[in-house]
Write a protein that binds this ligand. Structure first.
Ligand code: ZN
Length: 133
């Protein structure tokens, strides 16, 4: 696994959270994207080399809606960049980690993604992501 690719933050309202993070980081949201398969709307900000992904549920069945109902707004996941997502998925599975998807999925920001169950990682939802160009 390579560097942290981004940190995902669950928010109630993408617009107001975007405004807050624009002020906090003194930079603009550079991309807003809906991932319909995941039921999320996302907004991205860069702060130096670090990327923040804000996530708002786009329907009540979304994992983000469930997360916020249970835990409130806050850090939702940490994403690590990988060169070969299938190889990393295989390695983690063989090591006993529980993956939330068997095949890589197309996520936001042109990434193939796979999530590792928080129960496997001390309560942290971990995302693997590989850039697709
Ligand atoms: Zn993410």
């Amino acid at each position: 696994m390579n560097k942290i690719e981004h940190i995902g933050i669950a928010v109630n309202d993408l617009q107001s959270a975007g405004n807050i993070y624009e002020k906090l980081l003194n930079t603009k949201v550079y991309k807003i994207e809906e991932v319909q398969s995941e039921g999320v709307k996302t907004a991205f900000l860069m702060n130096g080399p670090n990327k923040i992904e804000l996530l708002e549920a786009s329907n009540p069945d979304s994992a983000i809606a469930k997360f916020i109902a249970k835990k409130g707004e806050g850090i939702h996941h940490i994403a690590f960049e990988v060169d070969d997502i299938r190889a990393e998925m295989k390695r983690l599975k063989e090591d006993g980690f529980v993956l939330l998807n068997e095949e890589p999925k197309l996520g936001a920001d042109n990434k193939l993604v796979c999530f590792v169950h928080p129960k496997s990682a001390n309560g942290v939802l971990v995302e693997l992501c590989q850039s697709v160009i």
